[in-house]
Design a protein around this ligand. Structure first.
Ligand code: PEP
Ligand code: MG
Length: 754
């Protein structure tokens, strides 16, 4: 018996490579491949079965079995030994194959004379696409090394099988999703929502054929033309209605600046002058950039470099005469786009109406393509490692953005669950739309103001379609984070004016810049802090850098000129901080008055209550403010001393703990006595059970994200708050860690819809 030593398998692979790269049809090459394997492995038979539609394995090539059997012998997955290898996606080596219970005799093959059999699956992208088999007359014991050799060969063959030359690619992909190896991958939530569709691989790379140029001048001209056509495409994009405003426009404006980046262009020019074609020069500079990118750890810089990468790919496409999307072929009606990473502009190459979701191997929440995808309402899961290795074109895929998971080739039951989830989502949306103009009153007549949290101009469209009473928290920092430098007074004025215009008279509470902690501004060098959540953040920064606060307040005053302005200061820990911030505002009011600018008709100033210390100064605070808003995210963090960004402990304490609710109730009682409106604007307010508990504590203004308006309003309209308030007084005295179960039981018993 001749064992295949490693050197044999290396030699075999080298020969295989030559055959695969050689001429002839795919079937002719496959014939040569099986001959080679049989000879090299000293086997009388080598056969290759290819998976066809309907999960049938068809004999495509054989050395040793009767040639007539080719394309005739077919085995279902699970049928016979070949079907067994495919069904379990694992090798099988049998010295006496015929005595195996799964042996299925096929007379047309003439295989009765062969006793031993070794079969390995041909796997591509996590799926079995065929089976490779060797057989011997004798009862041969195949060694582990031989199995490994055959597996390696099968890996090489997988490329040929999956190339679409033997059977069409569509046939290789089961349309019914009933694939052999479903996979669930986890990643990072970059945008919520669920998308069901088929995989489309985003492959921007272009192979460059001509490297050396005849005439540098011609190449420089080609480069210029390619850049012009990119800019024209960008201009076309800017003229689309969905591009009118929003952070995604900012992102692409920055991108446009890159097309004029002198340093980058001159490096390409230099490379052309050394004799390279424009394509090769772009590629070279791009490779250099990429090499640098691998060294850079700063997330902001990395994203800038991603933009360059996008631009380089686009330039290469234009230089190759490919206009981009059109040359990519027709996009399926329900496409799940899968990419290693993506530049912001590349997403626009795909018709957003056909895009159901985006999956990236890399990515961070602040990356530009994620911002654009959020604006287009496309679910995104990032950091989904190795997805490109595991997925094949047109594979059925489900992207669950809410839970940061991706299902490749999902089985029917999973698919049904998610189809149901989408249907229920749509039904709920229809129900909430019907509630839109109804008041958020409890059954016993208490009225609640249901406000919305916003942070992007694009969110404003939901103010009207959700039926929210106004914006209870406008997080102004997001535009600061998307830009490459601090926006000046004019840019801010324009933005805030648009927000107020779009609010169309509904109140908007602008929160002053709340950066630091986990919200890092790219252009500010953050100090290295041991405890950023307790560090130099929020009002502490803006009081230490009053120019930033002054510019923002000036812009707000100007944007609200002739209208009402509401401003709220975050992270106030002591009354003195509020007084100091208020003084800066007064200076700005004075400045505007002196400049002859029209002031807002009313200016209301409030504070966030996120730091527990402030609750012990309410007597001094309340006379100074027009409203108070509890930021329950930070409040819970400080009350329980638990880092909200640390997944190991962030869920350890429940906001429905007696301590948290007692705290909120005591603040609510004091605010009520002083006649100061109190709201809650953290995530807690958006969850129906928590919202129910807050109302029972005496909070009558809730500010929640737009998708929570409908569920919270539904809960409120089904609630009788009187009995709950009485019950809560008892609950708050209990030693329990959490009141969640008891509150839930109350809701169920009293018909409260959660
Ligand atoms: C909060 O802390 O609850 C809050 C609303 O502010 P942010 O989440 O922006 O810190
Ligand atoms: Mg906060």
């Amino acid at each position: 018996m001749a064992a295949a030593t490693p050197s044999v398998s290396r030699r075999l692979l080298a020969r295989l490579r030559d055959v695969m790269a050689g001429g002839g049809s795919a079937e002719e090459r496959l014939d040569k491949v099986v001959q080679l394997i049989a000879a090299d492995m000293v086997a009388e038979v080598c056969s290759c079965y290819v998976m066809r539609a309907g999960e049938v394995l068809e004999l495509f090539a054989t050395e040793g079995l009767k040639k007539d059997a080719v394309h005739k012998t077919r085995l279902r997955v699970g049928e016979g030994l070949v079907g067994d290898v495919a069904a379990h996606a694992r090798p099988l080596a049998l010295a006496d194959a015929q005595s195996h219970p799964h042996f299925a005799y096929r007379p047309e093959t003439g295989e009765e004379i062969f006793h031993s059999l070794m079969g390995v699956p041909i796997i591509r992208g996590g799926r079995v696409v065929g089976v490779l088999v060797v057989q011997n007359r004798t009862q041969r014991h195949y060694s582990d090394e031989e199995i490994e050799t055959l597996e390696t060969v099968a890996m090489v063959l997988a490329e040929l099988v999956a190339s679409g030359e033997l059977v069409s690619r569509e046939e290789l992909v089961p349309v019914d999703g009933n694939a052999l190896l479903p996979l669930r991958l986890e990643g990072l939530r970059l945008n919520g929502g669920v998308g069901i569709g088929v995989a489309v691989l985003h492959q921007p790379r272009i192979t460059i054929r001509r490297l050396v140029a005849e005439d540098p001048e011609i190449e420089l001209e080609r480069l210029r033309l390619a850049l012009t056509s990119i800019k024209t495409a960008l201009d076309e994009l800017f003229s689309r209605p969905e591009m009118r405003d929003g952070e995604h426009r900012d992102v692409l404006e920055t991108y446009r600046m890159f097309t004029e980046d002198k340093g980058w262009l001159s490096r390409i020019g230099e490379a052309i002058r050394t004799g390279l074609t424009a394509d090769a020069a772009v590629q070279k500079v791009h490779e250099d950039t990429r090499a640098r990118m691998s060294q850079v750890t700063d997330p902001y810089l990395r994203e800038r470099l991603h933009d360059f990468e996008d631009l380089a790919n686009r330039l290469l496409q234009h230089l190759a005469g490919e206009g981009g999307p059109a040359s990519r072929g027709e996009l399926p009606a329900d496409a799940i786009l899968i990419a290693r990473t993506m530049g912001p502009m590349e997403l626009f190459d795909y018709d957003p109406k056909r895009l159901r979701a985006l999956v990236l191997e890399e990515g961070s929440p602040t990356m530009h393509v994620a911002i654009v995808a959020r604006a287009l309402d496309i679910p995104v899961v990032g950091r989904c490692k190795e997805v490109l290795d595991k997925v094949e074109v047109l594979d059925p895929v489900i992207v669950d953005g809410d839970n940061a998971q991706v299902f490749l080739r999902p089985p029917d039951d999973i698919r049904d669950i998610f189809s149901d989830a989408i249907r229920q989502r749509q039904q709920r949306a229809a129900h909430y739309a019907r509630l839109k103009d109804l008041p958020a009153n409890t059954r016993d007549g208490e009225s609640v103001r249901l406000m919305m949290n916003a942070g992007l101009l694009l969110d404003m469209q939901h103010l009207h379609d959700s039926g929210a009473d106004g914006i209870g928290l406008y997080r102004t920092e997001l535009p600061f984070m998307a830009r490459s430098s601090l926006p000046d007074v004019d840019a801010q004025t324009q933005l805030y004016r648009k927000i107020l215009d779009q609010a169309a008279g509904k109140p908007v509470v602008f929160r002053s810049l709340d950066v630091g902690g986990d919200k890092i501004l790219p252009y500010w060098n953050p100090y290295d802090e041991d405890n950023p959540a307790l560090g130099w953040r929020s009002i502490r920064i803006t009081l230490d850098r009053p120019a930033v606060l002054r510019h923002q307040l000036r812009a707000l005053l100007r944007a609200a000129s002739g209208r009402e302005l509401r401003i709220m200061f975050p992270m106030i820990a002591e009354v003195a901080e509020l007084v100091q911030a208020r003084r800066v505002l007064d200076l700005e009011i004075e400045h505007e008055r002196e400049s002859g600018n029209q002031l807002p008709v009313a200016i209301k100033v409030g504070t966030m209550l996120e730091v527990p210390a402030l609750a012990f100064q309410l007597d001094a605070l309340l006379p100074l403010v027009d409203f108070v808003s509890i930021g329950s995210n930070d409040l819970a963090q400080f009350l329980f001393a638990v880092d909200r960004g640390n997944p190991r402990i962030s869920e350890r304490y429940d906001p429905l703990a007696p301590a948290m609710l007692s705290f909120i109730k005591s603040v609510a009682d004091k605010c009520k006595a002083a006649g100061v409106p109190l709201s809650v604007c953290g995530e807690m307010a958006g969850r129906p059970l928590e919202a129910m508990s807050l109302i029972a504590c005496g909070v009558h203004i809730l500010s929640v994200s737009s998708p929570s308006i409908g569920p919270v309003k539904t809960m409120i309209r089904s609630l009788e708050v009187g009995p709950l308030r009485a019950y809560l007084a008892t609950l708050l005295r209990l030693p329990d860690r959490s009141l969640r179960d008891k509150l839930k039981a109350f809701a169920i018993d009293h018909g409260v819809i959660l």
